[in-house]
Design a protein around this ligand. Sequence first.
Ligand SMILES: [Zn+2]
Length: 111
Amino acid sequence: MQSINKIEEKLKTLRADYMSRRDAIHKETWHTEQAVEKDFAEQVTQRENDDVLDALDDDAKQAVMQIDNALLRIKAGNYGICPSCGSPIPEQRLDAIPYAEYCVSCADKAQ
Ligand SMILES: [Zn+2]
């Protein structure tokens, strides 16, 4: 098991990453909103672009929420324990997704 301090550090770095990604997305959206539209085709492209950015922003927002939850679980002392079945989440999974809340089989069942 990695030390919990290292995991916490990793989560905070990841969180900062997602936050700056969101910043960049917001700047992009603001920029395109200010742009003067020329014709319908361009408006459609613009709209699609905004939808993609919105989806990316949503993903980043979800990830930040999950990271915050993981940080709370570290504080509460139940990080790495699946809240659904109570089994420890394998280190490999936490390595790949440090903010994973559920073990693989419970995450699969939830989908
Ligand atoms: Zn589980």
